[in-house]
Design a protein around this ligand. Sequence first.
Ligand SMILES: Cc1ncc(COP(=O)(O)O)c(C=O)c1O
Length: 376
Amino acid sequence: MSQARWGNSMREVKFVDLGKQYLAIRDEILAKFDEVSRTGSYVLGPEVSAFEEKFARYCGVEHAIGVGNGSDALFLSLLALGVGSTDEVITVPNSFVATAWVIARTGARPVFCDVGDDMNMDPVKLKDAITDKTKAILPVHLTGRVADMEAILDIAGQAGVAVVEDAAQAVGARYKGKMAGSFGKCAGFSLHPLKNLHVHGDGGVITTGDAKLAETLLQHRNHGLKNRDECAFWGINSRLDAVHAGIANVKLDYLDGWNVRFRGLAARYSRGLADVVAVPTEEDHEEPVYHRYMIRHSQRDELQTFLAGNGIETKVNYSVPLHLQPAASDLGYSKGDFPVAEEQAGTILSLPLYAELEDDAIDYVVEKVREYCEHG
Ligand SMILES: Cc1ncc(COP(=O)(O)O)c(C=O)c1O
């Protein structure tokens, strides 16, 4: 049975509803837009510096560098670490495509390593993937759950290679008491509208504890300019706009509260679903922020169709693993190379989740998932 049920209790549950968050803090956002607009300082400037200081403090690191988007945050991090055409960078196959292209675009070879049941980099597989060409490791904190950084940093340290965190989905997440973005040599965050902390367009930020690297990154994002007239190297233009920095400054004050709500709603889902589908788990030392709440079910596509028929919007993040993308065909991978990631790609389903979602909407989704599982 994969037919929709169109009973009286039908309601619409959107996957995300960005307008709701905006309306809740509209006055502050509009006031900030007005304030920044009056300064006439629209690219970089004091609002961006204020956000960088505030974000660095939030993550417990010394430096933050605002950039144009999360992809550039990762791309520039790799470039600044000297990653180039003779190098390999190890990452996971179950991420957004940006995680792979940022490596390939430096000229380096993306090397994939399988994930564990937590959907994050498996440190045992990581060990096997390291070669004498490995220049960096790029673990992804998928769904807002920090990868096993203790083990990953240990392996990276023994191999003498840098770790760059893909923290795009994990702003505010904690692991053993430390914040996402404070583990690696540097980390890249996305401020894209679908992320827990987002601006009203594209935006990104890099965190690092290394003052010299921060200095280089400031030049990388701004054409390679050392000052108004001197170009140290050919860089790119990837700067955080002042208006977006202003919006991020407003929203950062709300982030912990929103993340508490994400965690509460995720727990509500898990309580309702743990006996019928595979739900995300948490270790005591972890505090994920549930950028995505992903269940797993062997009849994922049918379940998704059933939920859509009942007004519930869901997504698959991501259905085609990176090593099986057409863009990766020159890397020589084939189906079966990463069985855990491949199995997950066929069974994962992201349910609606955002801080403004009402409890009874979660209960409705739970009811419909259960209905499919028990009678489907
Ligand atoms: C894991 C991951 N890495 C990188 C990115 C790229 O971020 P952006 O879209 O801001 O360029 C994203 C965002 O979709 C992501 O989810």
